[in-house]
Design a protein around this ligand. Structure first.
Ligand SMILES: N[C@@H](CCC(=O)N[C@@H](CS)C(=O)NCC(=O)O)C(=O)O
Length: 226
């Protein structure tokens, strides 16, 4: 039987860093996809309809439509790893299986962003911090700088042209939208020169250009770039 062309759909929001990870990986792997915008500022992720799609009430959700039973993945790292395992031949985003240490280095950097930074600077946390009468910008700056300092120190051992060696990996895919997200919190990237260098290298790629938050269908006109 001829293999089906994969058909993907992404629930996304232009400013969501976790959605940005998927947009970059899909672009690198040259996988076309359709989208539904879930507007976080309108709390669309909290609706009961959306809960049926993603019980975690967050974006992104990656859905595959072409298989006999379509399925959705509602956690961005699981979705990235799915893409990597399902399409290892196009732009691999992990070092080869026998390079176990480098794979662990990639995952360490991924986890700094996806476990130590994003969850504690997420919209729902920002709102909770605000309700406690604290300054959410100061909160986010503090935890982003701690996370970036860990990323920067790790890069000393791992970096080449990109975060781990000279190939783009999942670490870079996660780093770029994390840097986009800090633009709002006046974090001084000059304190993290290796991280800044990798970000700039990544920003020059077509995949990152295409996935950029300023170039999405739901990017408001005042932020849009062509
Ligand atoms: N662990 C989840 C986190 C997803 C997440 O927090 N997404 C943010 C946007 S980057 C979101 O939907 N926030 C909505 C909220 O906090 O209510 C993942 O990696 O997919």
């Amino acid at each position: 039987m001829a293999s089906q062309t994969p058909k993907f759909h992404l629930h996304t929001y232009f400013r969501s860093s976790c959605s940005g990870r998927l947009r970059i990986a899909l672009a690198l792997k040259q996988i076309p996809y359709t989208t539904t915008v879930t507007n976080l500022l309108k709390d669309e992720q909290l609706s009961s309809t959306y809960a049926a799609i993603n019980p975690s009430a967050s974006v992104p959700v990656l859905t595959r439509l072409d298989t006999d039973t379509s399925f959705s993945i509602g956690q961005s790292i699981a979705a990235l790893e799915y893409l990597e395992e399902a399409f290892p031949g196009v732009h691999p985003l992990l070092p080869a299986p026998e390079r176990a240490l480098e794979r662990a280095q990639v995952r360490t950097l991924v986890n700094i962003v996806a476990c130590d930074i994003q969850p504690i600077t997420n919209r729902r946390i920002i709102l909770a911090v605000q309700q406690l009468g604290k300054d959410p910008a100061e909160w986010c700056r503090h935890f982003i700088e701690r996370g970036f300092a860990a990323y920067e120190a790790t890069l000393e051992k791992t970096a080449g042209q990109f975060s781990v060696g000279d190939e783009i990996t999942l670490a870079d895919v996660c780093l770029v939208p994390a840097v986009w997200a800090v633009e709002r919190f006046s974090v001084d990237l000059g304190k993290f020169p290796r991280l800044k260098g990798v970000f700039e290298e990544m920003s020059g790629t077509e995949a990152v250009r295409k996935a950029h938050w300023r170039r999405q269908e739901d990017t408001p006109e005042e932020f849009k770039e062509s």
